[in-house]
Design a protein around this ligand. Structure first.
Ligand code: NDP
Length: 309
């Protein structure tokens, strides 16, 4: 019998209980799944940072903490967490992010706002550019960045990507290092941020780097709020250097009502809904990972504590 503790926001239990039970059965795992177990008997914790477990010390037999979130910035530094930590990589989460990124890039490419708001009875045809005439830069070529970049490449956009380590992703011109970042920034009309929040990525998009973007560029941030220096972003929008910023994540969430982003004509705010872990597919990922661990293999999607993601 494997004891699995579900530690997430209480309302998530109703959403996850049945998919997790189905997924454990499909993997042939005999699991005692509950929202409470004596800590020393727990084998695995299904974990969200806004759930009840904050001190991992009593979970002395725990073989793995399986995160429900892709972002781990609020747990990776927890000194009591000595167990292996796996972050969420979920097909449903990835598909959702691809849709959000593609939808918002196409909105700007096609200038859909002008069509939607400009229906004033005047017949004014406009010819939008083609995707192949506008490069997209993707900062972060992980599960979400690579899939989003490849989807955009499939629509005809030239796509350049940037990651910490050198990598090869079919359909994407890959860069790394400081020079690689400058190259991506200086050539990308649309810039998508899909980096994790770590000490190395905080304020990555400061005034100097924003200035490298071509005149009229558009920034889309579904990654994390602290990746961007807010004041530098507002200054670049006000000066006309940037045409627009579409932001899903913020330093403070919910975004405070008096924050200048809300009223800014060149900013679109979405309320951290770019993508969400989907219970059915996420449950399968978790069950498959526990099955691996029980078979003596290392967990997939392990977080690198030193790198912070
Ligand atoms: P991954 O860990 O799979 O990918 C992260 C990518 O960022 C990797 O390519 C990594 O490089 C790169 N990276 C990390 N640090 C640096 C650095 N210092 N310099 C250059 N590149 C770096 O994460 P995911 O793709 O799954 O998710 C990305 C982020 O998206 C999450 O951390 C989360 O913050 C955000 N997110 C937002 C959601 C929303 O609804 N808005 C939903 C889900 C996630 P390398 O390949 O070399 O490791």
């Amino acid at each position: 019998m494997i004891r699995v503790l579900f530690s997430a926001r209480p309302d998530r239990w109703d959403e996850y209980e049945a998919p997790l039970r189905r997924a454990f059965a499909a993997e042939g795992l005999d699991v005692d799944l509950a929202t409470s177990h004596p800590p020393e008997t727990v084998d695995y914790i299904v974990f969200a940072p806004n759930g009840p477990v904050t001190d991992f010390t009593p979970y002395t037999a725990c073989k793995g903490v399986l995160g429900l979130w892709a972002g781990v910035e609020t747990v990776v530094g927890n000194p009591t967490l000595t167990q292996p930590l796996a972050r969420m990589v979920d097909t449903g989460l990835t598909e959702g992010m691809v849709q959000w990124v593609a939808g918002h890039v196409l909105r700007h490419l096609l200038n859909l706002d002008a069509d939607i708001k400009g229906q004033d009875g005047r017949w004014t045809p406009r010819l939008p550019p083609l995707a192949r005439e506008r490069q997209v830069g993707i900062l972060g070529l992980g599960a979400l960045g690579a899939a989003s970049g490849q989807a955009l490449a499939g629509l005809g956009f030239p796509v350049a990507g940037w990651s910490r380590r050198e990598k090869a992703v079919p359909g994407i011109t890959c860069h790394h290092g400081a020079e690689g970042l400058s190259e991506v920034l200086s050539t990308s009309h649309f810039l998508v941020l899909l980096l994790p929040q770590t000490p190395a990525t905080e304020n990555l998009l400061d005034a100097e780097r924003i200035a490298l973007l071509p005149e009229g560029a558009v920034i889309l941030n579904p990654g994390r709020g602290p990746l961007i220096d807010d004041a530098a972003l507002l200054a670049a929008l006000d000066s006309g250097h940037l045409a627009h910023a579409t932001l899903d994540v913020f330093r403070t969430e919910p975004l405070p009502p008096d924050h200048p982003f809300w009223a800014h004509p060149k900013v679109t705010v979405t309320p951290h809904i770019a993508s969400e872990t989907r219970s059915d597919t996420a449950a399968q990922t978790i069950a498959a990972n526990i099955a691996r661990s029980e078979a003596g293999q290392p967990l997939l999607h392990l977080v690198d504590r030193a790198a912070g993601y």
